[in-house]
Design a protein around this ligand. Structure first.
Ligand SMILES: [Zn+2]
Length: 221
Protein backbone atom coordinates (compact mmCIF):
# COMPACT_ATOMS: atom_id res chain seq x y z
CA UNK A 1 0.00 0.00 0.00
CA UNK A 2 1.34 3.43 -0.87
CA UNK A 3 1.44 6.39 1.50
CA UNK A 4 -1.18 8.16 -0.60
CA UNK A 5 -3.56 5.23 -0.31
CA UNK A 6 -3.18 5.19 3.49
CA UNK A 7 -4.20 8.81 3.88
CA UNK A 8 -7.99 8.80 4.25
CA UNK A 9 -9.48 12.24 4.66
CA UNK A 10 -12.93 11.34 5.92
CA UNK A 11 -14.47 8.82 8.25
CA UNK A 12 -16.57 6.54 5.99
CA UNK A 13 -20.24 7.40 6.49
CA UNK A 14 -21.28 3.75 6.16
CA UNK A 15 -19.46 2.74 9.36
CA UNK A 16 -21.67 1.80 12.32
CA UNK A 17 -21.17 4.06 15.35
CA UNK A 18 -19.23 1.39 17.22
CA UNK A 19 -16.90 0.96 14.27
CA UNK A 20 -15.65 4.52 14.44
CA UNK A 21 -13.11 4.12 17.24
CA UNK A 22 -11.58 0.97 15.68
CA UNK A 23 -11.34 2.93 12.43
CA UNK A 24 -9.62 5.82 14.22
CA UNK A 25 -7.15 3.42 15.85
CA UNK A 26 -6.33 1.92 12.46
CA UNK A 27 -5.76 5.39 11.05
CA UNK A 28 -3.55 6.26 13.99
CA UNK A 29 -1.52 3.09 13.57
CA UNK A 30 -0.77 4.00 9.95
CA UNK A 31 0.10 7.59 10.92
CA UNK A 32 2.43 6.46 13.72
CA UNK A 33 4.21 4.05 11.38
CA UNK A 34 4.63 6.75 8.71
CA UNK A 35 5.91 9.27 11.25
CA UNK A 36 8.33 6.77 12.81
CA UNK A 37 9.71 5.93 9.37
CA UNK A 38 9.94 9.46 8.01
CA UNK A 39 10.90 11.44 11.14
CA UNK A 40 11.96 9.06 13.94
CA UNK A 41 13.65 11.92 15.80
CA UNK A 42 10.28 13.67 16.28
CA UNK A 43 8.79 10.84 18.32
CA UNK A 44 12.08 10.36 20.21
CA UNK A 45 12.11 14.05 21.15
CA UNK A 46 8.43 14.00 22.11
CA UNK A 47 9.10 11.04 24.42
CA UNK A 48 11.47 13.27 26.41
CA UNK A 49 9.12 16.27 26.73
CA UNK A 50 7.72 19.30 24.96
CA UNK A 51 9.31 22.65 24.18
CA UNK A 52 6.79 24.40 21.91
CA UNK A 53 7.52 28.00 20.99
CA UNK A 54 3.97 28.96 20.12
CA UNK A 55 0.61 28.96 21.92
CA UNK A 56 -2.08 28.56 19.25
CA UNK A 57 -5.60 29.70 20.11
CA UNK A 58 -8.22 28.61 17.59
CA UNK A 59 -11.86 27.73 17.04
CA UNK A 60 -13.21 24.22 17.63
CA UNK A 61 -14.51 24.15 14.04
CA UNK A 62 -13.53 20.86 12.35
CA UNK A 63 -12.24 22.65 9.26
CA UNK A 64 -9.49 24.59 10.96
CA UNK A 65 -6.71 23.46 13.27
CA UNK A 66 -3.03 24.00 13.87
CA UNK A 67 -2.50 21.23 11.28
CA UNK A 68 -2.63 24.02 8.67
CA UNK A 69 0.81 25.12 9.95
CA UNK A 70 2.34 21.89 8.63
CA UNK A 71 4.47 21.42 11.75
CA UNK A 72 5.46 18.28 13.62
CA UNK A 73 3.84 17.24 16.92
CA UNK A 74 5.55 19.08 19.74
CA UNK A 75 5.78 22.40 17.87
CA UNK A 76 2.61 24.14 19.06
CA UNK A 77 0.72 24.25 22.36
CA UNK A 78 -2.99 24.46 21.58
CA UNK A 79 -6.18 25.86 23.03
CA UNK A 80 -9.40 25.72 21.02
CA UNK A 81 -12.97 26.65 21.84
CA UNK A 82 -16.06 27.88 20.03
CA UNK A 83 -15.22 31.18 18.28
CA UNK A 84 -11.65 31.32 19.69
CA UNK A 85 -12.65 33.41 22.70
CA UNK A 86 -10.31 34.33 25.55
CA UNK A 87 -12.55 35.34 28.47
CA UNK A 88 -10.90 36.17 31.80
CA UNK A 89 -13.47 34.21 33.79
CA UNK A 90 -12.86 30.81 32.17
CA UNK A 91 -10.58 28.56 34.24
CA UNK A 92 -9.56 26.44 31.24
CA UNK A 93 -8.51 29.45 29.17
CA UNK A 94 -6.57 31.04 32.03
CA UNK A 95 -4.85 27.76 32.91
CA UNK A 96 -3.70 27.19 29.33
CA UNK A 97 -2.26 30.70 29.11
CA UNK A 98 -0.57 30.46 32.49
CA UNK A 99 1.02 27.10 31.69
CA UNK A 100 2.11 28.16 28.20
CA UNK A 101 3.62 31.43 29.39
CA UNK A 102 5.09 30.51 32.78
CA UNK A 103 6.08 26.87 32.36
CA UNK A 104 6.61 26.39 28.62
CA UNK A 105 7.78 29.97 28.13
CA UNK A 106 6.36 30.21 24.62
CA UNK A 107 7.70 33.11 22.56
CA UNK A 108 4.56 33.84 20.57
CA UNK A 109 0.82 33.58 21.18
CA UNK A 110 -1.35 33.40 18.06
CA UNK A 111 -5.11 33.97 18.10
CA UNK A 112 -6.57 32.40 14.94
CA UNK A 113 -10.10 33.19 13.80
CA UNK A 114 -11.65 31.85 10.64
CA UNK A 115 -14.15 32.97 8.04
CA UNK A 116 -17.54 31.21 7.98
CA UNK A 117 -17.33 30.80 11.78
CA UNK A 118 -20.58 29.33 13.11
CA UNK A 119 -20.18 31.10 16.45
CA UNK A 120 -19.83 34.47 14.75
CA UNK A 121 -22.79 33.81 12.47
CA UNK A 122 -24.95 32.75 15.43
CA UNK A 123 -23.99 35.93 17.24
CA UNK A 124 -25.00 38.10 14.29
CA UNK A 125 -28.25 36.16 13.78
CA UNK A 126 -29.32 36.66 17.42
CA UNK A 127 -30.58 33.08 17.53
CA UNK A 128 -31.13 31.59 20.99
CA UNK A 129 -28.71 28.70 21.55
CA UNK A 130 -29.22 27.78 25.20
CA UNK A 131 -26.04 27.41 27.25
CA UNK A 132 -23.98 28.56 24.31
CA UNK A 133 -25.50 32.04 24.63
CA UNK A 134 -23.49 32.47 27.83
CA UNK A 135 -20.26 31.49 26.13
CA UNK A 136 -20.95 33.81 23.18
CA UNK A 137 -21.58 36.77 25.52
CA UNK A 138 -17.94 37.75 25.06
CA UNK A 139 -18.44 37.81 21.29
CA UNK A 140 -21.71 39.76 21.58
CA UNK A 141 -19.78 42.40 23.53
CA UNK A 142 -17.43 42.74 20.53
CA UNK A 143 -20.44 43.07 18.22
CA UNK A 144 -21.99 45.77 20.42
CA UNK A 145 -18.73 47.75 20.59
CA UNK A 146 -18.60 47.84 16.78
CA UNK A 147 -22.34 48.01 16.16
CA UNK A 148 -22.28 51.11 13.94
CA UNK A 149 -19.58 49.74 11.64
CA UNK A 150 -21.21 46.31 11.38
CA UNK A 151 -24.69 47.67 10.70
CA UNK A 152 -23.19 49.81 7.96
CA UNK A 153 -22.08 46.70 6.05
CA UNK A 154 -25.04 45.57 3.96
CA UNK A 155 -23.55 42.38 2.53
CA UNK A 156 -24.14 39.56 5.03
CA UNK A 157 -20.93 37.66 4.25
CA UNK A 158 -18.83 40.81 4.46
CA UNK A 159 -20.46 41.68 7.78
CA UNK A 160 -19.71 38.21 9.13
CA UNK A 161 -16.12 38.35 7.87
CA UNK A 162 -15.67 41.73 9.53
CA UNK A 163 -16.91 40.47 12.90
CA UNK A 164 -14.53 37.50 12.57
CA UNK A 165 -11.66 40.00 12.23
CA UNK A 166 -12.90 42.33 14.97
CA UNK A 167 -13.24 39.34 17.26
CA UNK A 168 -9.65 38.22 16.63
CA UNK A 169 -8.43 41.72 17.46
CA UNK A 170 -10.56 41.80 20.63
CA UNK A 171 -9.23 38.40 21.74
CA UNK A 172 -5.64 39.48 21.09
CA UNK A 173 -6.28 42.41 23.42
CA UNK A 174 -7.95 40.12 25.93
CA UNK A 175 -4.85 37.90 26.01
CA UNK A 176 -2.62 40.95 26.32
CA UNK A 177 -4.58 42.00 29.42
CA UNK A 178 -3.91 38.71 31.27
CA UNK A 179 -1.42 39.15 34.10
CA UNK A 180 1.11 36.46 33.08
CA UNK A 181 1.10 37.83 29.53
CA UNK A 182 1.56 41.43 30.68
CA UNK A 183 4.61 40.34 32.69
CA UNK A 184 6.10 38.20 29.90
CA UNK A 185 5.62 40.93 27.28
CA UNK A 186 7.62 43.27 29.50
CA UNK A 187 10.25 40.88 30.76
CA UNK A 188 11.06 38.76 27.71
CA UNK A 189 9.28 40.39 24.77
CA UNK A 190 6.50 37.80 24.43
CA UNK A 191 4.43 38.60 21.34
CA UNK A 192 0.68 38.21 20.77
CA UNK A 193 -0.62 38.21 17.19
CA UNK A 194 -3.86 37.66 15.29
CA UNK A 195 -4.43 35.69 12.10
CA UNK A 196 -7.49 34.68 10.11
CA UNK A 197 -7.91 31.36 8.29
CA UNK A 198 -9.85 31.13 5.05
CA UNK A 199 -11.68 27.77 4.98
CA UNK A 200 -12.04 28.05 1.18
CA UNK A 201 -8.32 28.46 0.41
CA UNK A 202 -6.63 26.90 3.45
CA UNK A 203 -4.55 30.05 3.83
CA UNK A 204 -3.79 32.14 6.89
CA UNK A 205 -3.69 35.91 6.74
CA UNK A 206 -1.91 38.07 9.30
CA UNK A 207 -4.28 40.55 10.89
CA UNK A 208 -3.01 44.02 11.63
CA UNK A 209 -4.31 44.38 15.20
CA UNK A 210 -4.17 47.98 16.43
CA UNK A 211 -2.45 48.57 19.79
CA UNK A 212 -4.72 48.22 22.80
CA UNK A 213 -5.62 51.84 23.62
CA UNK A 214 -6.72 50.81 27.11
CA UNK A 215 -3.71 48.59 27.89
CA UNK A 216 -2.49 50.80 30.75
CA UNK A 217 -5.80 50.31 32.57
CA UNK A 218 -5.15 46.59 32.94
CA UNK A 219 -1.67 46.76 34.46
CA UNK A 220 -1.66 46.25 38.23
CA UNK A 221 1.43 46.93 40.34
ZN1 LIG B 1 -15.52 29.02 14.37
Amino acid sequence: MTDAAEIIREIPRELANDQIVPFLLKQNSAWAARTAAARPEVLAENAVGQTPQVLWIGCSDSRISEACLDLQPGSVFVHRNIANLMPHDDMCTLSVVLFAVHTLRVRQIVVCGHYDCGGVKACLDNKRLGLLDNWLKNLRDVKVRHRAELEGIKDEKQRTDRLVELNVAAQVHSVQRMTPVIDAMRERDLKVSGVVYDVATGKLRHLDVPPDADADQYICY
